[in-house]
Design a protein around this ligand. Structure first.
Ligand code: 1GP
Length: 249
């Protein structure tokens, strides 16, 4: 429970976290080393590693390289049970609670349960909610489930509440990688006001001001992947923006 306790302690202290999402398909060793160096310099709090569609077979190497180079915790963000690596620090054990595809709610979990348990990873049950990002994203296609419409704040709120009451320890609202439209601050406010669990927000965040506003609206952890793949220099600005949110508690 090391990582989870850290996440709840940070939330309790009103401290916001910045996470860089690494898609193993999109990095080679050289590019990854650069990302790690920039992330350490910028005070990045976590790495998420994974994606809806991981084609290459370098998940283990990618995580081992991160672990050998820095102390930033690595959390698996798997699109499928095949994306599990014992070298990570924890696993976001995702259940797609915004969708009605039983495979992603429970089916794949059943199939992979013994293997997941054997991994020895810290398992963090996470209510995963895909929000419409303005155009089909990989996650909306692959999951074969409708995302929550971007303006249906009540649906998002009730979904998160139900997930938490079912025992989810984290809620992750995701507009999908490279989303045209990031999740609105209204929706973030609505959801965060009704749950105790730390709230992760990602998908289509391209500028530090939006990351900052999301935190002010109630996000605890901001995830950025796509924008950083395009411009690694953003790591510093994003991290600074997230960490500049005043502690209100
Ligand atoms: C996607 O939330 C993550 O699952 C991050 O999205 O790649 O658009 O930053 P981006």
């Amino acid at each position: 429970q090391k990582i989870y306790n850290q996440l709840t302690d940070r939330k309790g202290a009103g401290r916001k976290s910045f996470t860089v999402l690494i898609d193993p398909d999109k990095v080679d060793a050289v590019k990854l080393e650069k990302l790690i160096t920039l992330s350490v310099e910028a005070g990045v709090d976590y790495f998420f590693v994974g994606g809806s569609l991981v084609i290459s077979n370098n998940l283990d190497e990618c995580i081992q390289q991160i672990k050998a180079s820095c102390n930033i915790p690595v959390l698996l963000f798997p699109g499928a049970p095949s994306q599990i690596s014992k070298y990570a620090d924890a696993l976001l054990y995702l259940s797609l609670i915004s969708g009605r595809n039983p495979e992603l709610l429970i089916g794949q979990h059943v199939i992979s349960a013994p293997f997941v348990k054997q991994s020895g990873l810290e398992i963090i049950p996470t209510g995963y909610m895909v929000i419409d990002g303005g155009a089909p994203t990989t996650v909306s296609y692959i999951s074969n489930a409708s995302p929550i419409p971007a303006d249906k704040n009540e649906i998002a709120m009730c979904t998160a509440m139900a997930g938490e009451m079912l025992g989810m320890k984290l809620v992750y609202m995701d507009a999908g990688s490279g989303a045209k439209k990031a999740i609105t601050e209204h929706m973030i406010e609505r959801v965060s006001a009704h749950i105790e669990a730390p709230l992760i927000v990602g998908g289509g965040i391209t500028d530090p001001e939006k990351a900052y506003r999301n935190c002010k609206a109630g996000a605890d952890i901001i995830v950025v992947g796509n924008a950083i793949e395009k411009d690694a220099g953003l790591i510093k600005e994003m991290s600074a923006a997230v960490h500049s949110v005043p502690v209100l508690i």
